[in-house]
Design a protein around this ligand. Structure first.
Ligand code: ADP
Length: 639
């Protein structure tokens, strides 16, 4: 049969694997055992839901053998097996997980070490065998099929699939171990004790027995007799098949048996993360629904987290049998970063995946998990702010999206987990911390939106708040202002933008005085508005400004930040426009200058009006649509 070529991209990855400088070649065994275990899971699920299959859980096994003389290692399972088509499909193409695309995105210098990264992050699975093999064969018979097939490949130049003989269903993988070289010792993997150690190290929790022939020695009596007439003994070696792994899944074990470090190791292996999670969450629930859960809150977002490729969900087991590997219904969307396993004996194995959505027990579990994760995150925030900050850097945006989604349905759940930079604390604080630090007379929680903390620190309209000694939350992310609008208030305190007409800081006398002045200057203000020719919706005298001559605020529901945001979203139809309000400081000398110009030289007054508007745009980071006009104006006034 003609040799078939691997798909082009697979070939490159395979070459990389074969020539990899990756030092942890030993993970090949973990990968093959994990595939074997998955294959048994698939059949086990089928067998248990399909009466009359005659199979029971105790029938399944994985067997690992080493043959030093022939330099082979075999990994055998009696799982679901593969048909000829499946051998083609599954083993002729690699990098379905998007790992290759990811690799291409990495920069050149990183490429040298990328082999390690890819294995670490995605688990290239089966192909890791080529790190230690000249040749790999896969003999497989699909459950329920009469035919077996042999897949064979000596590396990147291709593979063949030919009909073959095999007794039962399942898969037998044979690795033909490479000859040792000066740098590399491959023979170590032919040592049964070494392999046994690897099974213990990486695959102890696999739920099916992993069997190995282990050579042992014992003393036996001989026919010879010693001086005292007793039979002499001698040592004899023999081999015995034993189950190497402990088989109890880690999530079924109690805290006294399994440390958090063990769980972290499990997490990193299973979910391909090189970074420790910020939190290990273990749940052992009894009552209306009994279940065990082992959950992890990651520290870093996977590279595709905020893209459509990322698939959320928890692994779901019913009485130790895997039902689904990404069960979305167990996690609310806002906590989709959580990884882990849920195992319950109260779920029916026969339940179909569509029905699962409506399952009452499942809903109860999901509800508990949501509460628990929130509680753990809150605890982390209070007890270890530094770690929480690292988490928040990765997933804060997710929490904010969570508040905005579904008309704010999850706002109660999530509002305590938010953090914003506080102008007085000069670090991110929670809303609860903000409220706790509020002086008694402070009525509102203040916030300002902009693109950097440095710029927000100088925002003119925030002067009175700063002067009163109150903290302002600086919002620098696109979603922030929408989040504030959705929340509206926190612990009974209204959230207030520094742009708001009334900041709640002014005495009534002050207000009345400003109103009076406004009345007196009405014609001038109208003149400014007219001069600006529709650029602003209103011109008024400010209650807020102390030291600055001018600022730009908005009226109506759309702020400058929202305007900017909406107009950068691709595909958002018509441009939205914030209703700009130009606020002038009546007690500033600049205003006096404007008054004089208006009385004496209308052309000059027009220039001043425009200049003030340009200034206000600059201060609020809004775009100046005609920078040339601005430059010209400044030049004219200088000459
Ligand atoms: P992954 O396990 O990440 O999907 P692999 O390259 O390790 O990637 O395996 C590719 C596919 O080949 C698996 O998804 C599975 O469908 C199939 N496969 C691998 N090993 C076995 C096995 N022992 N029994 C049945 N199918 C297997």
């Amino acid at each position: 049969m003609a040799k078939k070529q691997f798909k082009a991209e697979s070939k490159r990855l395979l070459e990389m694997m074969i020539n990899s400088i990756y030092t942890h070649k030993e993970i090949f065994l973990r990968e093959l055992i994990s595939n074997a275990s998955d294959a048994i899971d698939k059949l086990c699920y089928r067998a248990l839901t399909d009466e009359g299959s005659g199979l029971s859980r105790g029938d399944f096994f994985i067997k690992v053998t080493a043959d030093e003389a022939n330099r082979t290692i075999t990994v055998e399972d009696n799982g679901i097996g593969m048909t000829a088509e499946e051998l083609e499909k599954n083993l002729g193409v690699i990098a379905r997980s998007g790992s290759l695309q990811f690799k291409q995105e990495m920069d050149e210098e990183k490429k040298a070490e990328s082999g390690a990264d890819i294995i670490g992050q995605f688990g290239v699975g089966f192909y890791s065998a080529f790190m230690i093999a000249d040749k790999v064969t896969v003999l497989s018979k699909a459950y329920g099929s009469e035919e077996a097939n042999l897949w064979e490949s000596a590396g990147a130049d291709g593979y063949t699939v030919t009909p073959a003989e095999k007794e039962g269903h399942g898969t037998l993988i044979t690795i033909y171990v490479k000859q040792d070289t000066e740098e590399e010792n491959y023979s170590e993997f032919l040592d049964t004790y070494r392999l046994r150690g690897l099974v213990k190290k990486y695959s102890d929790y696999v739920r099916y027995p992993i069997r190995m022939n282990v050579s042992k020695s014992r003393s036996v009596e001989t026919d010879e007799v010693d001086e005292e007439g007793k039979k002499k003994t001698k040592w004899e070696t023999y081999t015995e098949e034993e189950t190497v792994n402990s088989m109890v899944p880690i999530w079924q074990r109690s805290k006294s048996e399994v440390t958090d470090e063990d769980c972290v190791k499990f997490y990193k292996d299973r979910y391909f993360d090189q970074t420790d999670p910020v939190k290990v969450v273990r749940i052992s629930a009894e009552g209306a629904v009994s279940y065990k859960a082992l959950l992890f809150i990651p520290r870093e977002a996977p590279y595709n987290y905020y893209s459509r490729d990322y698939e959320a969900g928890l692994e779901l087991y019913a009485s130790g049998v895997m039902i689904m590997d990404k069960c979305k219904d167990l996690l609310p969307e806002c906590f989709r970063f959580v990884k882990g396993v849920v195992d319950s004996q109260d779920l029916s194995l026969n339940i179909s995946r569509e029905m699962l959505q409506h399952d009452r027990q499942l809903k109860t579990i999901a509800g508990n998990i949501e509460k628990k994760i929130k509680a753990e995150l809150k605890k982390l925030m209070e007890e270890d702010p530094e770690t929480y900050a690292a988490f928040y850097k990765s997933f804060g945006l997710q929490l904010k999206y969570g508040i905005l989604a579904d008309y704010g349905m999850k706002r109660e759940l999530l509002q305590d987990l938010l953090m914003f930079y506080s102008s007085t604390a000069q670090k991110p604080v929670s809303l609860a911390d903000y409220v706790k630090a509020m002086p008694e007379e402070q009525k509102y929680i203040y916030y300002a939106c902009g693109d950097s903390i440095a710029k927000l620190d100088k925002l003119p309209q925030a002067e009175p708040i700063r002067e009163a000694g109150y903290a302002i939350l600086y919002l620098t992310e696109d979603a922030d202002e929408f989040v504030m609008n959705m929340l509206g208030e926190y612990e009974g305190k209204q959230l207030k933008s520094v742009n708001a007409e009334d900041l709640g800081l002014e005495s009534t006398e002050n207000k009345e005085e400003t109103e009076k002045k406004e009345e007196q200057n009405k014609d001038l203000l109208d003149f400014v508005k007219e001069t600006l020719d529709g650029a602003v919706a209103a011109v008024k005298l400010s209650h807020k400004l102390k030291n600055s001559p001018v600022c730009l605020t908005t009226q109506g529901p759309i702020s400058l930040e929202m305007e900017r945001y909406f107009n950068t979203v691709p595909g958002a139809g018509e441009k939205v426009k914030a209703e700009r309000v130009l606020e002038l400081n009546a007690s500033h000398p600049v205003f006096a200058a404007l008054q004089i110009a208006w009385a004496q030289d209308r052309e000059k007054a027009k220039k001043y009006a425009k200049l003030l508007y340009f200034q206000s745009l600059l201060l609020s980071d809004a775009t100046i649509e005609d920078p040339a006009a601005y430059a010209e104006l400044v030049s004219e006034l200088m000459v």
